[in-house]
Design a protein around this ligand. Structure first.
Ligand SMILES: *[C@@H]1O[C@H](CO)[C@@H](O)[C@H](O)[C@H]1NC(C)=O
Ligand SMILES: *[C@@H]1O[C@H](CO)[C@@H](O)[C@H](O)[C@H]1NC(C)=O
Length: 239
């Protein structure tokens, strides 16, 4: 169905572009073309526009992890530095209506209030205060189903119906928690040393659910953007 719509796009887009057909739309099977044409639009997407909330920072009022081994709550949380991320891959399977969308972020920072009680690995921890977490070379790989709709004048708009998120950390994660163990500096330093040396343990237990919650907001923003910007603008290039 999408393939058929795209044939129509080719025809109409050229007509009202100008006398000469200057802009072309990527073949949807050409992932390199889809990626290179849409990547530069990331900047305007992140900043936001009427109808599209900004994505830097992303904000969560609160989020809770409630597991037998750990209770963790963050409040007033901001995930920032999205402006520096870049679109690495866009892949569309027009027949099965599936997409892959991969962004890479050199540095993300999470600032929030926190409350923690339980175990990370074999270390007990408790505390309440503020925290900063830095993520280096952090990659967010989304995939899922999309749908499409026709707009005016032969335009076509995409919508991400659902998303799976896979996180790849090519760098590392650094933690700073203020006021752990009721301000006991020695215990606090020992715990922070442990989690910074063994950051994947803490990342799996705590950060990945938190990042997932942020990415639900992010994908809502992507959909707000896709609702305004048609395929003709996302994936076109000067021929
Ligand atoms: C998150 O951002 C909001 C709005 O800019 C700000 O009021 C709040 O203090 C920030 N939270 C933290 C923990 O920095
Ligand atoms: C569709 O094309 C007509 C005629 O060129 C134009 O007046 C109208 O504004 C266009 N609609 C949109 C949504 O671009």
């Amino acid at each position: 169905m999408l393939a058929l719509q795209l044939l129509v796009i080719f025809a109409t887009f050229c007509l009202f572009g100008s006398v000469k057909c200057e802009k072309k739309i990527c073949d949807f099977a050409d992932s390199k073309c889809l990626t290179e044409t849409s990547a530069p639009l990331f900047d305007e997407f992140v900043v936001g526009m009427p109808g599209v909330p900004p994505s830097d920072p992303l904000h969560l009022d609160s989020f809770e992890i409630n597991q037998p081994s750990i209770k963790y709550t963050i409040t007033d949380a901001n995930l920032s530095r999205f402006k520096n991320c870049a679109v690495k891959t866009v892949r569309i399977n027009a027949k099965d209506m599936k997409y892959d969308y991969h962004i890479g972020c050199p540095h993300l920072t999470l600032q929030s209030g926190y409350e923690i009680k339980g175990k990370i690995g074999d270390k007990s921890v408790e505390g309440k205060g503020t925290s900063i977490t830095d993520f280096y070379d952090y990659h967010l790989l989304f995939d899922g189903d999309f749908s499409s709709r026709n707009g005016e004048n032969g335009t076509v708009y995409l919508h991400l119906v659902n998303h799976n998120l896979q996180i790849q950390i090519k760098g590392n994660v650094k933690y700073d928690y203020k006021n752990l163990f009721d301000g006991d500096q020695e215990k606090s330093d020992a715990f922070l040393k442990f989690v910074n040396e063994n950051w994947p343990i803490m990342d799996k237990t705590i950060n990945q659910p938190v990042i997932n919650a942020f990415m639900n907001i992010y994908i809502d923003n992507v959909n707000a953007y896709l609702n305004i910007v048609p395929v003709q603008r996302l994936f076109s290039y000067e021929a």
